[in-house]
Each structure stands twice: as structure tokens, then as C-alpha cells.
Design a protein around this ligand. Sequence first.
Ligand code: C2E
Ligand code: MG
Ligand code: MG
Ligand code: MG
Length: 289
Amino acid sequence: QAKRGGRNRHGFFTADLQARSVRTLQIENALRRALERGQLELHYQPQVSLATRQIVGAEALLRWRHPELGQVSPAEFIPVAENSGMILAIGEWVLRTAVHDAKRWLDMHLPLPAISVNLSAVQCRHPQLPEMVARCLRQAGLPARRLELELTESAAIDDPAAALAMMEQLHGRGVRLSMDDFGTGYSSLSALKRFQIHKLKIDQSFVRDLDADANDRAIVSAIIRMAQALGMQTTAEGVETEGQLEFLREQGCDAGQGYLFGRPLPADAFEAYLRTHRDNQATAEHVGS
Ligand code: C2E
Ligand code: MG
Ligand code: MG
Ligand code: MG
């Protein structure tokens, strides 16, 4: 009986693995054509000052809709793009599109001080990355200080010496760097001190249960105080409730990103959001004066 159960479990496990690798292959094949077929799109999510509620930036988030596979989550297709090397071409498209959109909104005098773009660890290891970034900025005509690149801890620890050199080059060109999903990786505090990191993004897993979990409150407040001591800014990810916002503001967190402030929106809808925000601000200033 026990043996049969074991074999069934084993059979199920194998079938599951096969299904998963079939899906990975499907995604890999479909992704090869996604760029040229115009299936990739960027959505933008606002980052908001907790003190003033003003927009301090927006994160570009990649979306892929395939005619048969439907909407595929970046959490699923980014790893496939990394393992197949396609992330280099896709990542360059993301950067070019994001800085181009940011420049258009800058020219329209919309209230968006900076644009954030995610970098994969594979891109971070690529020696031509700083040049590629500089080229995109130059072609779009966007000032470097208006671009923020989000790295993960794994990008920084795989090869700390190379990561340090890459960060110094980008920092030297005036680009800002932030550490994404902070607290979930394995970066050492001594490495963090040496890196040219401008901002820590507190991972949403610590923010989610802030209302109920005293340990999460302790971790978040420690991250904020450490960042302040190191001269870094903080942005909390996944802010969904007024309670979370209240705690983060009390602790001195600089900015927040999450459904409470706005969901990721396609470029045209995000542009309308920026316009509404600007008009509300103008009205508030008028009433205030
Ligand atoms: P991330 O960089 O940490 O992005 C934040 C994720 O949190 C996004 O998921 C966003 O939609 C989601 N989010 C924002 N506010 C809330 C909230 O209030 N509650 C909850 N539950 N979630 C919220 P998304 O768009 O599915 O992206 C997942 C991950 O995929 C990103 O995590 C990033 O690691 C990666 N990714 C997305 N776009 C790119 C890209 O262009 N290049 C690279 N290399 N990675 C990307
Ligand atoms: Mg990010
Ligand atoms: Mg994150
Ligand atoms: Mg994340």
C-alpha cells in the first residue's frame, strides 16, 4: 500500500516536471518572436513620496501577451529569457522604451522626476552594460539623473568585484542605482557599504503583514534606520493599506509603491494619470494661496 502510494507520487511528480519543461520550451520558443511581433509592452507604476504624496518616480514593468499562451507573468518568462540569453535584447528594448517614454513626459512637463528600470543579473554581468545605458540615454535625450536602475542582491554578490566596477561606471555617468527586493537576498552589509547604491527598495514580503506582524515591523524599521545611517533613500514595495502607509511614514521611509497609490498602467493610461495628478496639484496650490 505504502509502496504503491510512493510510486503514484513519483509518477505524478515526473509528469508534473515534464509538463513544466514543456511549458518552459513553449515560452522560450514564443519569446524568441515576441519582440519582433510587438507583443511586449511596458506598464508604469507610480512611486510616491510618503511625506508629500508627490510622484517621485515610476517603475517600468514588462508585460507580454501571446495569442495562445495569453498574458504571461514576468516572474515566469524573465527566468526563461535569462537562461536563453534573450534577456540582453529584451532588456535593451525595455531600457530604450522606458527612457523614450520618460523623455516624452518630461517634454510635456508632466510631474515625473525619474524612471526606474529593472536590470537582470545577466545584464549586470555584461561588460557592455554601461555603454548600452549611456547610448539609450543619449539617443532619447534624457538626463542620466532621471534614470534609476534596479538591481537585485544576486546581481551584486555573484561577482562582487565586477558588480562594483559596473556600479562605479554607471554612478560616474550620473545614473542612480537601487537595490530591489532588499532583505530577500544574501548581500553582505560590508558589500552594501561599498556599492554605489542610492536607494533600498524594501521587499513587499516585509510590507504585506506590517499591520499584524511585530517581526516585520522590527525588520522594516531596522532597514529604514540602516539606510538613513548609510545615506541611502528607502522605497517600500507593495503598499496596499493606510495602516502600512502610516507605519512606514512614522518610521521615516521616503517613498512607497503599491496598489494604494496606483497599479501598473499602460503608457497612455499612465500619461493620463500624470496629467490628472498635475492638474490636482495645480488646483491644490491655487486653493492654498
Ligand atoms: P519587482 O521589480 O520587485 O516589481 C514589483 C512587482 O510588485 C511587480 O510585479 C508589481 O506589479 C508588483 N506590485 C506592485 N504593487 C503591488 C502591491 O501593492 N501588491 C502586490 N501584491 N504586488 C504589487 P510584476 O510586474 O509581476 O513583476 C514581477 C517581477 O518581474 C519584478 O519584480 C521584476 O523582478 C521582474 N520584472 C518585471 N519587469 C522587468 C523587466 O523589464 N526586466 C527585468 N529584468 N525584470 C523585470
Ligand atoms: Mg523592481
Ligand atoms: Mg521589487
Ligand atoms: Mg519583487
